[in-house]
Ligand binder design. Structure first.
Ligand code: URA
Length: 425
């Protein structure tokens, strides 16, 4: 097979055959197809798209590039959730132990943050002693001990995606629905979960800025999962404003623990419970225990403590706190009509909560605490948000990111997406 023929076929708007796709993914993983050739093909795909058959073949070829995990030895069904990423999206932290407490096992391979969206592993690593890298046997041990495991994907899982994702990141080819869908689903299918709930975020703080694109991505991923034998549904959810009141690694862990203790912000609780019900229903264990009860009676908290301890973490350990803080005030009396997710995410990132290159460390204590949310009635001078950073020199650029990112106006003039916009099956 000739790589130029594959590139030119897609460049000219043609359809790639199954043989083209199988060959190019395998040859790229082995190093026979060079990065510049693959980046040219990725750009042709971004510009000309792929049809459903091509996307399914692309996904299967990436799964076959590595190992496929198997949880059939477990005595309960498995369910997982994947979020396309957002600002303040800490839902995995309370959700995984909650679903475990209600009767399904949750084997979750997660990632680190890049850019303005945070990564689940970075959040959990702010817990003293917690370890993200586990062998397959250790994963099984954590699942058996606590019902849920959240850890880093090993190098053996969809290595073609690992290589291609890094290439897309530096060649302007991330924002392609076929490439995003196949990238996410190759990892989730290879992870071996029996049921999967996708949380596709919509709005300024998400990959998908509008509902139509988010719906197309969700439908593509649901079809890929279902065809691969994974029971899959997707929710489209709001990311026009941050989720919850905490943005930043340790701050989000603390908020998740509040949710597990039966409190926490309304939107985080509502989405956690909704996603848990979806996962349990897909796994076939709904009706045994309701997730809202498991948050109130402490059983989800017990599962969380077991899960953190089984990965070396101290659930009672003190979380890192940033050395410096600065509180902004509400500029005028009225109602919060806008609190833009991207502006807050970018500001938190500049405060040190995120990384610019994947090798960079994150500051665990850095981030933003929101004292008000859209729709709140406010008075001039009351606290709006607190910025946290290890150095005061970070505040200026964070403040620049927040310019125009919030507004106070008249009641009823706020335009907010509903928390759950749609459900795709
Ligand atoms: N997350 C992924 O895993 N892959 C993408 O392409 C985009 C987001």
């Amino acid at each position: 097979m000739d790589v130029i023929e594959v590139i030119v076929t897609k460049r000219d708007g043609g359809e790639l055959s199954t043989q083209h796709i199988d060959w190019v993914i395998d040859a790229y993983t082995r190093g026979e197809v060079a990065d510049e050739q693959m980046s040219s093909l990725a750009m042709a795909i971004l510009l000309n798209g792929m049809n459903r058959r091509e996307i399914a073949d692309w996904t299967q070829a990436m799964i076959r590039s590595g190992e496929r995990m198997d949880w059939s030895m477990l005595d309960r069904p498995t369910a997982d959730k994947h979020s396309t990423g957002g600002v303040g999206d800490k839902i995995t932290l309370p959700l995984a132990p909650l679903v475990a407490a209600c009767g399904a096992y949750v084997p979750q391979l997660s990632g680190r943050g890049l850019g303005h969206t945070g990564g689940t592993l970075d959040k959990l690593e702010s817990i003293p002693g917690w370890r993200a890298s586990l062998s397959n046997d250790e994963m099984l041990g954590v699942i058996r001990a606590s019902g849920a495991v959240v850890c880093a994907a090993g190098t053996g899982l969809a290595p073609a995606d690992k290589k291609l994702y890094a290439l897309r990141d530096v060649t302007g080819t991330v924002e392609s629905i076929p490439l995003i869908a196949s990238s996410i689903m190759s990892k989730k299918i290879a992870e071996g979960t029996g049921a999967l709930v996708l949380d596709v975020k919509v709005g300024s703080g998400a990959f998908m800025k509008n509902v139509d694109n988010a719906r197309e991505l969700a439908e593509t991923m649901v079809a890929l999962g279902t065809d691969a034998g994974v029971r899959t549904v997707a929710l489209l959810t709001a990311m026009d404003r941050p989720l919850g009141r905490a943005v930043g690694n340790a701050l989000e862990v603390a908020e998740s623990v509040e949710v597990l203790a039966g409190g926490g912000p309304e939107d985080v609780v509502e989405l956690t419970v909704r996603l848990a019900r979806e996962m349990l229903e897909l796994a076939g264990v709904s009706g045994v225990r309701d997730p809202a009860d498991a948050l109130k009676d402490g059983s989800a908290m017990d599962a969380w403590r077991r899960m953190i301890s089984a990965q070396g973490g101290d659930p009672d350990g003190l979380l890192p706190v940033a050395a410096e803080s600065m509180t902004l005030e509400v500029p005028s009396t009225g109602v919060i009509t806008k609190l833009d997710a991207y502006a807050v995410g970018l500001a938190a990132w500049r405060l040190g909560a995120g990384r610019a290159r994947k090798e960079d460390p994150v500051s665990f204590g850095a981030g933003i605490t929101l004292h008000v949310k859209p729709g709140d009635v406010v008075r001039e001078g009351q606290p709006l948000m607190t910025l946290h950073a290890d150095e005061t020199s970070r505040f200026d650029r964070a403040l620049q990111a927040l310019e125009g990112g919030y507004a106070v106006g008249e009641a009823g003039s706020e335009e907010l997406l509903p928390l759950v916009i749609d459900r795709i099956t």
